[in-house]
Design a protein around this ligand. Structure first.
Ligand SMILES: NC(=O)c1ccc[n+]([C@@H]2O[C@H](COP(=O)([O-])OP(=O)(O)OC[C@H]3O[C@@H](n4cnc5c(N)ncnc54)[C@H](O)[C@@H]3O)[C@@H](O)[C@H]2O)c1
Length: 258
């Protein structure tokens, strides 16, 4: 298990799914955690669970589409816990319009990288992790129930288009920031999850042909659990990953192996 004792982590999207599981996991590995989310009640609920289990966490409201708020939250985390070592740019949406998806899934990550890398570089280095997706590496396919008419194809093209563009952008930003800040002790990596059982995939999972279709995409024959992404995030956050930077790590049950 990675050791995150003496580390302080800021996690966005920490109210739900992958962010929540990662906050709980990193706290379990010894990190102090700032749980940030648009859903402040959810972020506080995650922090409460950590504190009840003897950890040290705080929940806060953050809209990652606001660059000043992202910068302020980075500074607040360092002030609250005395330092900051790990930033997990994880907040994201599915099913939004082009503008919404680019604002949250791409610009939101960029602001975390832009302000986060500078902060870490000025304070002895650290680890940044971004949540990309298999959609940051390859194109997406839909279940046949979603692809029966041209209108449905167009809807898929629009929805998948913004998500693909944002997540491919996250993969590129990960490599660029790793190169730019490498010599300043800042490691930058991304995780590319396959389909994970979180509220984000609920709609797709509830289609009549959804579960079978989704399972069939992954050679392991199942969807992933948020805890399986959290364990990769904890590893990349830790000193066990000290020579790993610029990587977009698929954690996808084999989705991108074919
Ligand atoms: N679930 C999957 O199958 C899957 C697969 C690949 C990648 N991802 C990515 O993983 C990340 C987490 O997704 P999840 O599955 O845990 O979804 P989720 O819906 O369970 O959690 C997303 C969280 O992000 C928060 N959020 C949304 N917009 C925000 C904003 N503007 N500012 C701050 N917080 C905001 C939400 O309130 C929510 O708590 C996303 O980036 C998503 O694109 C998910």
């Amino acid at each position: 298990m990675p050791d995150l004792k003496d580390k302080v982590a800021l996690i966005t999207g920490a109210a739900s799914g992958i962010g929540r599981a990662s906050a709980l996991r990193m706290a379990g590995d010894g990190a102090k955690v700032m749980c940030a989310d648009l859903d402040v009640a959810g972020a506080e609920a995650t922090a409460n669970v950590i504190n009840q289990e003897g950890g040290d966490a705080l929940g806060c409201e953050l809209n990652v589409t606001d660059p000043d708020a992202v910068k302020a939250t980075i500074e607040r985390t360092a002030e609250t816990f005395g330092k900051l070592n790990v930033i997990f740019n994880n907040a994201g949406i599915g099913g939004g319009t082009w503008d919404q998806t680019i604002a949250v899934n791409l610009s939101g990550v960029y602001y975390g990288l832009f302000h986060g890398a500078q902060h870490l570089a000025n304070n002895g280095g650290g680890s940044i992790i971004n949540t990309a997706s298999v959609a940051g590496l390859v194109g997406l396919v839909g279940p046949s129930s979603m692809l029966q008419s041209l209108d449905q194809d167009i809807e898929m093209a629009e929805g998948a288009g913004s998500y693909i563009a944002a997540k491919h952008g996250v993969s590129g930003l990960t490599k660029q920031f790793a190169i730019t800040f490498g010599q300043r002790g800042v490691r930058v990596n991304a995780i590319a999850p396959g389909y994970i059982e979180t509220p984000m995939t609920e709609n797709l999972r509830s289609l009549p042909d959804g579960p079978e279709f989704l399972k069939g995409l992954h050679p392991l024959g199942r969807l992933g659990q948020p805890e399986e992404i959290a364990s990769a995030a904890a590893f990349l956050a830790s000193d066990d990953a000290s020579f790993i930077t610029g990587v977009v790590l698929p954690v996808d049950g084999g989705y991108t192996a074919r």
